[in-house]
Design a protein around this ligand. Structure first.
Ligand code: FAD
Length: 337
């Protein structure tokens, strides 16, 4: 374990916020995590992966635990699938690239999502019509209250849109140390139902895409519209896309025509938060050191020297404007610390 006192978090969060951590601890094994918890008397630390979904509003006086467990291992294999066990500190996109190089299917639509493997189940990462829960078999997690280890199977994680049990009733109760995925070896499930993905493949004259084709198209689309956090500080989507009832949607549609929407269940509709924010005049708007991206209103950006507080205050302005205009309360996807 490595411990650093009074260090800047600037290189540890994709917003690039220069908050100071009084106690920054890097752990490389389950044993180091359990020893750390014991030494600190099972006091709640702040758990940090790649820092691509976290906003540090202020300096941090609590212990930060940076999860750095490595390793990608196949531990079970049949003719049709492999079960792959991955350390929580592995970079998500390295895992995706590894799986595609081996022609293992399942993760291709999730190419280029920033962050680490251990954080991926927390919000059931998703993109281009696919969510983590479709390949997730189980994860090992360490209880912060006792240091004991529990294995959570897929159905115990209560995965839903950008959420799981680890973001709800077990929020900050467990540290995920390892995640196991079941990936296909043949007859891969190819999903290109998402319109921009389909259009990209058609443009390239690909009618029967391989997992590699899907991954390449996803990378192309993402690179063309999402800002690279290494160049412009951001955390991707700041808010979740709100889900409202069909009745509320009907009422809203009477006042506002042409609202884009997706049917997600018998009585629920999902509305793109980016559209709501854009309609409130925030797309590409700059305010001091912060603003929204000019191609994507849902992405709040750090224009250089923004503090966490500035970004937070700006996000709350957006939230208030959307509430006033549409009577919809946006919920943060980013974890505010
Ligand atoms: C440009 C950009 C694009 C993005 N696109 C997408 C996208 O398409 N789809 C999507 O779903 N997300 C997307 N995101 C959000 C982000 O990539 C994911 O949420 C990712 O899973 C966060 O991983 P992380 O390791 O950086 O987590 P962190 O930001 O470090 O942590 C996120 C949360 O998980 C907790 N946590 C971290 N590690 C652990 C652990 N081992 N055990 C328990 N708790 C832990 C933290 O305490 C925090 O609450 C995007 C972000 C960016 C910057």
């Amino acid at each position: 374990m490595q411990k650093i006192n009074n260090t800047s978090l600037k290189n540890y969060n994709s917003f690039g916020i220069d908050a100071i951590s009084s106690s920054f601890n890097i752990v490389n094994s389950e044993l180091e995590i359990t020893s750390f918890l014991k030494e600190t008397n099972y006091t709640q630390p702040i758990i940090l992966g790649g820092g691509t979904n976290i906003l540090f509003k202020n300096d941090v006086d609590k212990d930060i635990l940076k999860i750095n467990l490595k390793g990608i291992k196949i531990y079970n294999e049949t003719n049709t699938y492999v079960d792959v066990s991955v350390g929580a500190g592995e970079i998500w996109d390295d895992l995706v690239k590894w799986s595609i190089a081996k022609n293992y299917g399942g993760l291709q639509n999730l190419s280029l999502i920033p962050g680490n493997v251990g954080s991926a189940p927390i919000q059931n990462i998703g993109a281009y019509g696919v969510e983590l829960k479709e390949t997730f078999l189980n994860c090992r997690a360490i209880s912060i209250d006792s240091g004991s280890i529990k294995v959570f199977k897929n159905n115990e994680c209560k995965f839903s849109y950008r959420s799981s049990i680890f973001k709800e009733e077990l929020k900050n109760k467990y540290i995920i140390s390892n995640v196991t995925f079941r990936l296909s070896k043949k007859d891969h499930q190819i999903n290109f139902s998402y319109e921009p993905l389909r259009d990209n493949l058609i443009k390239k004259n690909i009618s029967i895409p391989t997992i590699n084709d899907i991954s390449n198209s996803v990378i192309e689309i993402r690179s063309s519209k999402l800002p690279d956090p290494k160049i412009i500080g951001n955390c991707g989507s700041f808010f979740k896309n709100p889900i409202i009832s069909k009745i509320d949607f009907k009422n809203l549609n009477q006042k506002e025509k042409n609202i884009p929407f997706f049917n997600i269940s018998f009585n629920e509709i999902k509305i793109p938060a980016a559209w709501l924010i854009e309609k409130c005049g925030f797309k590409g708007l700059r305010e001091g050191n912060t603003g929204t991206h000019n191609k994507h209103a849902l992405i709040i950006i750090n224009l250089g020297n923004a503090t966490g507080k500035e970004i937070f205050d700006f996000s709350q302005k957006i939230k208030k404007a959307v509430l006033r205009k549409f009577n919809i309360l946006l919920e943060e996807e980013v974890n505010i610390i």
